[in-house]
Design a protein around this ligand. Structure first.
Ligand code: FES
Length: 146
């Protein structure tokens, strides 16, 4: 390979790498959820505290707790109370993805309602539901060891 061929092949490789990087960032940007994600951590008693004001006008928040294997989907019910779902598939403990008004497991295709009930197996059990207690403007969610 002479110098001209080397430069030509190097440039095309770099251009492919740069364009794939550009495409990857565009794809990642497209994958961002329009829902706000709250990032937090649990205290020494495995309690997560989230200000109710973080919900604003929304009735749903995704909460990412550091050092916890699964996100929490916290939802406000029509009566004004809250509950939290652990975004873990009950079939083989894979993380779930929110798709529209459902939760989906990419591993084997289980689907759950927004309340955590099984729509489609192979999962046979509902998602794990945690209580979310509101007190003085904060929500308290006690994490379960999984
Ligand atoms: S792990 Fe979710 S369907 Fe199997």
């Amino acid at each position: 390979m002479n110098r001209k061929e080397f430069l030509k092949s190097s440039c095309s490789g770099a251009c492919v790498a740069m364009s794939s990087g550009f495409l990857m960032s565009a794809l990642l940007a497209a994958c961002k959820t329009p829902l706000g994600v709250i990032k937090t951590s649990a205290d020494k008693d495995n309690m997560v505290v989230i200000p109710v004001s973080a919900f604003g006008q929304s009735d749903y928040k995704l909460v990412r707790v550091s050092n916890y294997n699964y996100d929490l989907a916290i939802q406000k019910k029509e009566d004004g109370t809250f509950f939290a779902l652990v975004m873990m598939c009950t079939h083989a403990s894979q993380p779930l993805t929110k798709t529209g008004n459902k939760y989906y497991c990419a591993m084997h295709g289980s689907q759950f309602t927004h309340e955590g009930e099984v729509i489609k197996g192979p999962a046979a059990q509902s998602m794990i539901r945690l209580s979310a207690v509101e007190l003085k403007g904060n929500l308290y969610v006690h994490l379960r060891d999984l």
